[in-house]
Design a binder for this molecule. Structure first.
Ligand SMILES: *[C@@H]1O[C@H](CO)[C@@H](O)[C@H](O)[C@H]1NC(C)=O
Ligand SMILES: *[C@@H]1O[C@H](CO)[C@@H](O)[C@H](O)[C@H]1NC(C)=O
Ligand SMILES: *[C@@H]1O[C@H](CO)[C@@H](O)[C@H](O)[C@H]1NC(C)=O
Ligand SMILES: *[C@@H]1O[C@H](CO)[C@@H](O)[C@H](O)[C@H]1NC(C)=O
Ligand SMILES: *[C@@H]1O[C@H](CO)[C@@H](O)[C@H](O)[C@H]1NC(C)=O
Ligand SMILES: *[C@@H]1O[C@H](CO)[C@@H](O)[C@H](O)[C@H]1NC(C)=O
Length: 413
């Protein structure tokens, strides 16, 4: 004979009246739960259920097609989703708190689009969406900065396992086992094939040799593995370089080599973007591509190598910031090439990840001198020899908001 189950034993024990009361109580409880669900379903128009019933995603409230990249930075008392101690993988140059940055106000802002709500990044929803998928961030150190931010937030849900790194630790791959999700960052600062003669501190021993018509060997070989890619470049095109097309020198930028004509960097950037976008369009493997626009820096009173600094502690307001010429040129090239490519994607998906403007408004979020550990220890406070970083972002910092935008774009489809 089967022993009675625990619940039936309990109901045998509580007889007659008591059982009726319990049933009544359960009915009332159930109707409360139902009413709460119904309220959520009928009265909050901003929610829609996707695929799984508990996969709930806020949609734009005011505009059907909201440009999430237009808006402003608003104060966020809740602050970042992780701290410099709860995330163990922050690169030392971006670990501003550990390096001694004294103020913390820059961590308490969120990006708010003008015409719609931007929900906070939900690591659970992201990992669920990425189940069995692979995503790669391809580009320069800004891409790496972004991946680090994403990793810090995701690792609160599931700690990733690093499964690959290149010799210089600039390309890496992580695996989230319980979601079967692979996340890669691929160092390809020109997106196209380049021979770079430079160490990790930026000291060059020769001009870059850049093949404008060949996509970068760092990523083309792996391209077929990716379901999602984010590509972004820009800053490296300002460097001294010799340009090649069809394996022949077509000119150079700043190289001052006899009989090699000067070619503007924006020509090179345009050709490199065309090569990259053409490769993606021609490929048999159809991916979802996010194309990121340029990230302006905030060096003031000098450049990175001439004593420029960035010591502001609050964001700019919309009217306070203007894009510099160089960034305007880059952005115009990006928008033109994106527009051409998006008209004929040949089965792939192409989206603009237009963070230029929202990055421009955050002069306060850079490491500045705190790229190094306690930079002023034993030094004069105005020591010009202290190197500033006014391009990358502190972690936690403004770049965390890019994840809010990322998940919004991916899941809104
Ligand atoms: C992981 O995802 C890949 C597709 O990217 C799939 O082929 C494989 O079967 C998945 N593995 C598991 C254990 O779910
Ligand atoms: C992931 O892959 C496994 C194995 O191929 C499959 O059983 C599962 O349904 C997939 N899940 C999703 C969400 O695609
Ligand atoms: C590239 O160079 C080869 C010979 O070096 C030539 O045959 C070919 O026509 C060139 N292609 C283009 C597109 O210029
Ligand atoms: C540069 O070009 C001129 C004219 O074609 C030629 O006479 C000269 O030898 C070239 N110089 C070098 C260094 O190649
Ligand atoms: C479209 O993609 C196919 C591969 O799927 C490729 O053979 C073809 O050349 C592409 N067309 C264009 C116009 O790029
Ligand atoms: C930033 O540094 C400059 C030069 O040292 C100084 O004049 C200015 O007051 C500083 N601004 C802030 C907000 O600390």
């Amino acid at each position: 004979m089967k022993p009675p189950s625990a619940s039936s034993a309990m109901f045998c024990f509580i007889g007659g009246r008591a059982q009726k009361q319990i049933q009544m109580f359960l009915k009332i409880l159930a109707s409360f739960v139902f009413m709460a669900l119904a309220y959520r379903f009928y009265f909050s128009k901003t929610y829609v259920a996707l695929h799984q019933p508990d996969f709930i995603l806020p949609l734009p409230t005011r505009a059907e097609k909201c440009d999430v990249f237009r808006g402003e930075w608003v104060r966020d008392p809740e602050g970042p989703a992780y701290t410099s101690s709860s995330c163990g993988t922050i690169e030392r140059h971006q670990n501003c708190i550990k390096n001694g940055r004294p103020d913390s106000g820059y961590m308490y802002w969120r990006w708010r689009p003008r015409d719609c709500k931007l929900p906070r990044f939900d690591p659970k929803a992201f990992l669920r969406f990425m189940r069995n998928k692979s995503m790669a961030f391809i580009g320069d150190s800004i891409s790496r900065n972004h991946v680090q931010s994403l990793l810090c937030i995701l690792s609160q849900m599931e700690p990733p396992v690093e499964v690959y790194h290149d010799k210089g630790y600039r390309s890496k791959r992580w695996f989230f086992e319980s979601h079967n999700f692979t996340l890669s960052v691929i160092w390809s600062p020109f997106l196209t094939e380049a021979k770079i003669f430079e160490d990790n501190d930026g000291h060059a021993t020769g001009a870059v040799r850049l093949h404008l018509d060949e996509p970068g060997s760092e990523w083309v070989g792996e391209f077929d593995k990716f379901d999602y890619v984010k590509i972004g470049a820009g800053k490296w095109f300002l460097k001294t370089a010799v340009y090649y097309e069809n394996n022949t020198i077509i000119g150079c930028h700043n190289c001052k080599i006899v009989n090699v004509t000067e070619v503007r960097f924006d020509y090179a950037y345009r050709r490199a973007l065309q090569t990259t976008l053409n490769f993606i369009r021609k490929s048999d493997h159809k991916v979802y591509t996010l194309f990121q626009t340029t990230t302006p820096d905030h060096f003031e009173n000098g450049e990175w190598n001439t004593g420029g600094y960035c010591n502001r502690t609050v964001p700019f307001k919309e009217s306070e910031a203007e894009l510099r010429d160089i960034d305007t040129i880059m952005r115009d090239v990006e928008l033109e090439e994106f527009k051409k490519a998006v008209g004929d994607t040949n089965g792939s998906t192409l989206k603009l990840f237009d963070t230029t403007r929202l990055a421009l408004l955050r002069p306060d979020g850079h490491p500045g001198p705190y790229r190094a550990f306690h930079p002023f220890e034993g030094k004069d406070l105005n020591d010009a020899r202290v190197q500033n970083d006014c391009l990358h972002w502190c972690l936690p910092g403004p770049i965390d908001s890019w994840n809010d935008l990322l998940i919004n774009i991916l899941l809104r489809e």
